[in-house]
Ligand binder design. Sequence first.
Ligand SMILES: [Zn+2]
Length: 459
Amino acid sequence: MLRTASCPAMLAGGSRILRGLRRKQLDYEHAQKRMVPIEQENLSERHPMTTQSSPVLHVNGRSYRWMSGPTVVVCVDGCEYDYITAAVQAGVVPYFQEMITSGTAYVADCVMPSFTNPNNLSIVTGTPPAVHGICGNYFYDPDTGQEVMMNDPTYLRTGTILAAFADAGAKVAVVTAKDKLRTLLGHKLVGVCFSAEKADQASLAENGIANVLELVGLPLPSVYSAELSEFVFAAGVKLMESRRPDLLYLSTTDYIQHKAAPGAATANAFYAMMDTYLARLGALGATIALTADHGMNAKHGPDGQPNVLYLQDMLDSWLGADAARVILPITDPYVVHHGALGSFALAYLPSGTDMAGLVQRLSAVPGIALALTRAEAAKHFELPADRIGDIAVVSERHVVIGTSAARHDLSGLDAPLRSHGGLSEQQVPLLFNRKVTAVDRARHWRNFDAFDLVLNHIG
Ligand SMILES: [Zn+2]
């Protein structure tokens, strides 16, 4: 059973922020006590039970009932709950409104760090990163001494719910916006799995489907566009109409959320677009679960300039040049979104460093919400200890962490910075188009409970 550690750095002060964090920690401990115990399970141990009325699959220590009809799980990238609230208030998302009023709406916590890859993998495995192993978009591999993208399935330490259902005979389809997630989400999946980004290259051999542009009826979208996410939804609807998958996973991109605040015209238009496709999936008889990989907040000052705390520069001045190696797990090839600036950083330090002392010193720096040693971070955030640094640093809501000022090219940022990665982006929506029943109403949900709720607690 995973356990939450008490964290002296978090509890030491009496400031408003620390009190807020303490409250969050209590919520978190509450959630942990109620979490299903998670055990790592070998792929070969998965098996469908063959009771006639209700077959059940066991995946990564959790049980999932066979779907009673087509089931869609949507991960809306960067969906701070306020985007939905603002679009509902603007009256442009009737289907979201119906989900909230006639279905089920929870506020859930995503996994930390609040980045795309760790959370998508948590959702499709039903486990935290300590189990599935994907703890960032990018990491330092101590085995090779290289800093690498964490896109390769060799880093995945467990199977997915999607592959398990496909193995057991379900028709499964996955559509992602960016190709970077496709190989992870499609790991060992016998079914359809393609990205909007490379939809023109989809083949029967590689993706389980060909002629995707023809099927969807839209041109290949730019990777930096709202259309990339629209393509995901349009493909989902076409797949539901033509192949009627038993299980469909759709994952969008947060290009719009990085650019536009909740309630902005472009944000509302984006959610209105999603709303029409969700309504069509609903009309086709799909049971829908919708959640997010992380939220999104403004990370700039009134002058529009990003609030950046350069951690490598700070550690260089404290410990000597390049004594520390700062890793930013938000790093990915799509720098126009965020310039590799998020609210979570890791640092590797020379042996003999007084980690506890350093963590205490960092905790006192304005703009830093939380600094933890490796052991504290692994326990508190359920991260794989062998893949994180000696310390983990989380910045406050409107602050991001960089390496060195000289290493960040911010010329690609064409709007005041909005980003994620911290505790301040941990709350996400968890919506269903039907009533969720027979659950503990006091339970604090995680985004990776989506499959449990949609398969085990609806219908
Ligand atoms: Zn994301």
